[in-house]
Design a binder for this molecule. Sequence first.
Ligand code: ZN
Ligand code: ZN
Length: 101
Amino acid sequence: MSCLKGCINKKCETNKNKQTYPEKFDYCPKCGERLYYVCKECYTQLPDGSKQYCELCWEKKQNAKEKAVDAVAALVDLIPNGGAAVKNIADTIGKFSNRRK
Ligand SMILES: [Zn+2]
Ligand SMILES: [Zn+2]
């Protein structure tokens, strides 16, 4: 995954549209200002190109991911014989939709 750069010149169209450029761009093609690494999500200027997201958005993403993992884990716990049951359900749904064709 590569980082994205954005124009932090508030008067620039690039900034207004929250447009991003690939990392190899050093200057804004629209206004000529220097480009900085920006958060992919909220366009906040980042100190370096080591991350694609600012801390806030990164945290939000991590939380969302953890919640999804928890939800799946909880589901598997609920069903006796966990994964196998989920696979059976998937197979049944598959058969059902085949029959309807
Ligand atoms: Zn610009
Ligand atoms: Zn952000």
